[in-house]
Structures are given as C-alpha cells and as structure tokens.
Design a protein around this ligand. Structure first.
Ligand SMILES: Cc1ncc(COP(=O)(O)O)c(C=O)c1O
Length: 402
C-alpha cells in the first residue's frame, strides 16, 4: 500500500472525501510535517501555525524532548492496562499533583470530553449520599462531545438533533454570580465551568467571578469543577488558569496540551473528593499509558526548563498590544481579549473570510463563535514569527471592507 508521502494533496483530499465521514469542515490543505510553529503541506508549502493542534501544540509541532521521550518509550513499552503500575504514570501524577495548590490526585484518560465525564461522575459520586446530583454549567461553555460533557455544554446548537440530553444539568450565565446562586437548589452537587471560555470566544471572566463561584460552592457545600482542558498546562502563564485568581478548585480537568500533542486527558481532584472513585466506578483502557505519560513528563520538563510560563505572559502582552493598535486603525475589530497565549480578537463580521485570507498568505488561525479570531500559539513562538503573524492578520483585516 502506498504511503501518503507518494500522494499529492489533491489525491489525498479526494481519497479522504470518498472514505471519511464528512463531520468536519476542512480546508483543502494536506499537512505532512511540522516543526515548532511551522507546518508543511504535501507540496512543500510552508505555513506559520498560530493555532497548532487546536490548542494541543503548546510547545509547537514535534517538540524535541517529547519526540525523544516517545521514541524511547515506544521501543520499551507502548501500552499496558491499569491492572499494572508503570513508572511514567506514577511520575506524571506526582508532577501534576505538585503543581496544583491542593495536592491533586490524578486519573488519566485520552481526551478532554473523557476527562469531563470522569469529573461529572466523581461529582455525582460525592453528592449521592446527600441526595445531590445536579450540576450547574454556564452559557457559552464547551466541555466536549460525549453525552455528559455535551449536556454540560450550555449551547443549544450542539444539542440540536441529538436530544434528549442527560438529566440533572442547570445552566446560568457566564459571569453572573446572582444567576448561579438562583440556580442552586437542594439537589445541586457541583458548579462546572472553564475559568476562561475558549470555544465560547476567549471570554475572560469579570473581576471577582472565579472567587465568587468558590464562595458559593463553600456556602452551599458544592464541588467546584474547573474545565482547564484548553487553559491548563501553562497556556495562560500559570500551570492552571485558576491560579491567576488564587482559588483552589475541587476538581480540574485537563487534555489538549497535557502531553505535548500526544492524545491524553486527565482529571485531578482533591484527595478527599478523589477518594469516591473506587475500583469498578470508572476506568479508561488506554488511560495513562506509558507512551502518553512519557510525552506529558517531557512536556512539563520543557515548560519548566525553557521558562515558558513567563513566555506565555510575554506572548499575550505583545499580541494584545499589536491587536489594540490594529483596533485603532481597523473598524472591523471591536474587542481584544487575552490571557497569556490565549488570544481572541472580536470582529463585527464573520471571521471565516479572515481565516481564508490568512491561509492564502501562509498563516493558520482559527475563528470561533463566528466572529472571534482565536489564536492559541505555541509558547516557543519566536518574536519574529509573532510579528509576522500579526502583520499578516493586519493586512488581511485592513484589506476587507467593513
Ligand atoms: C474547554 C474544553 N473542554 C473540553 C473539550 C473537549 O476536548 P476533546 O476534544 O479532547 O474531547 C474542549 C475542546 O475543544 C475544550 O476546549
């Protein structure tokens, strides 16, 4: 059978269209290779990627320490089930626990939605003895595509056509503490939210909101679940975004950047909360396999040794400055939101044309919520790449008519 390297982009795309289920909107580009913030297509065209791996490429494409760790591990042991112990998994749980402020204990899985399913089950297991099972989530959220996480996702467009959703979820508005307080009843066991909403448009919460939710949880005996699938692992300049507000959640979920681009999810919980997950209550066959765990350890080591938490802050500040300057010149830009290397540029037009315009100039960016340009650049992005990327976005936006 031919390898993809022998096929042109056109041939690959036509094969994919014939044999893959069409559940994704794809651009007609076929990527074959990546290094840091660069990717190349089958014809050797190079693109600057400011959205590497949909947020998974926190260290860019093929980060050297991750590549080396995976190469070593793949030859030693790829996968064993959780009936056995492995060193990479134990070391990873230790490394994550040490970086939380609450002595977090870990359960590993393979994706963000799975991490959130685990959190929903753990919250219910904790609430059950008191007759509590309901979870409050927030409008504009995105928690994943499996039924629990999808029901938690308080956006009707994602539920359309696949109802009925799971019982036991109530929705309140993001940023509205009074609304959340009103949604709490005697059967509520948890409040679950993203500290900064990603897919919802890079929505940074109003001052006092995250601390306010913690206070409500304390007052009513609820668990605070933070979905840090997109914000976690240094993306915002702290290991976990909630550390910007000095709150201690009860459960945190992780995925995306956790293993430097290798598929992995995780749920981290306070020991007294984690305790309710007993043998038989939850599991994941591939969860915490040595390959992904080694990749995650190499990711943490890279972030630490290269000072990338500080770099995330610098990157965010520079993008913010550039886009605020652009806002002065370009009436299409209405708002700029950033926390570390998580950047949103709100437009008053649909962003699809901007994404297409950037692609034509060799730049990969994302648009979410129809009108928000979203960048989740690698923390290893160089100053020059950052400026070049901003120049292209500015060119494209200034070339469009309001
Ligand atoms: C905040 C958040 N939670 C959960 C998910 C779902 O993650 P996955 O696609 O790995 O299941 C995403 C994905 O974009 C996300 O941004």
């Amino acid at each position: 059978m031919a390898t993809t390297e022998l096929l042109s982009s056109e041939q690959i795309i036509s094969l994919a269209k014939k044999h893959l289920i069409g559940n994704y909107t794809r651009y007609p580009v076929c990527l074959v290779r990546g290094s840091n913030s660069w990717v190349w297509d089958a014809e050797g065209n190079r693109y600057l990627d400011l959205f590497p791996g949909w947020g998974c490429g926190l260290l860019g494409h093929c980060p050297p320490r991750v590549v080396q760790a995976v190469q070593e591990q793949v030859a030693a042991l790829i996968h064993v089930p959780n009936t056995w112990y492995t060193e990479p998994q134990a070391l990873l749980a230790q490394a994550i626990g040490e970086r939380t402020d609450f002595g977090g204990m870990s359960f590993f899985c393979n994706s963000g939605t799975e991490a959130n399913e685990a959190a929903i089950k753990l919250a219910r297991l904790n609430g059950r003895p008191k007759g509590k099972y309901k979870i409050i989530t927030l409008t504009g959220s995105f928690h994943g595509r499996t039924y629990g996480a999808l029901t938690a996702t308080a956006q009707p467009k994602y539920h359309a056509g696949v109802e009925p959703m799971l019982p036991g979820f109530n929705y309140a508005a993001f940023g509205d503490l009074d609304g959340i307080a009103k949604a709490i009843d005697g059967e509520t066991c948890a409040i679950m939210f993203e500290p900064i909403q990603g897919e919802g448009g890079v929505n940074v919460p109003p001052a006092g909101f995250v601390e306010g939710v913690r206070a409500l949880c304390d007052q009513h005996g609820l668990l605070m679940i933070l979905d840090e699938v997109q914000t976690g692992m240094g993306r915002t300049g702290k290991w976990f975004a909630h550390q910007h507000w000095n709150v201690k959640p009860d459960i945190v979920t992780l995925a995306k950047a956790l293993a430097g681009g290798v598929a992995m999810g995780g749920m981290v919980a306070k020991p007294e909360v984690a305790d309710k997950l007993k043998p038989g209550t939850h599991a994941a066959t591939f969860g915490g396999n040595p390959l992904a765990a080694r990749a995650a350890l190499a990711t943490i080591e890279t972030i630490e040794q290269e000072g990338l938490l500080d770099r995330a802050i610098q990157i965010g500040e520079r993008f913010r400055t550039r886009f605020l300057e652009l806002k002065e010149k370009c009436p299409l830009v209405t708002d700029v939101r950033a926390k570390g290397a998580m950047i949103g540029v709100e437009l008053n037009i649909e962003g699809a044309a901007v994404v297409q315009g950037c692609l034509e100039k060799g730049l990969l960016v994302n648009c979410t919520h129809q009108t928000v340009l979203r960048l989740l650049p690698a923390l290893t992005l160089s100053d020059e790449q950052l400026e070049d990327g901003c120049d292209i976005i500015a060119d494209v936006l200034l070339g469009l008519r309001p």
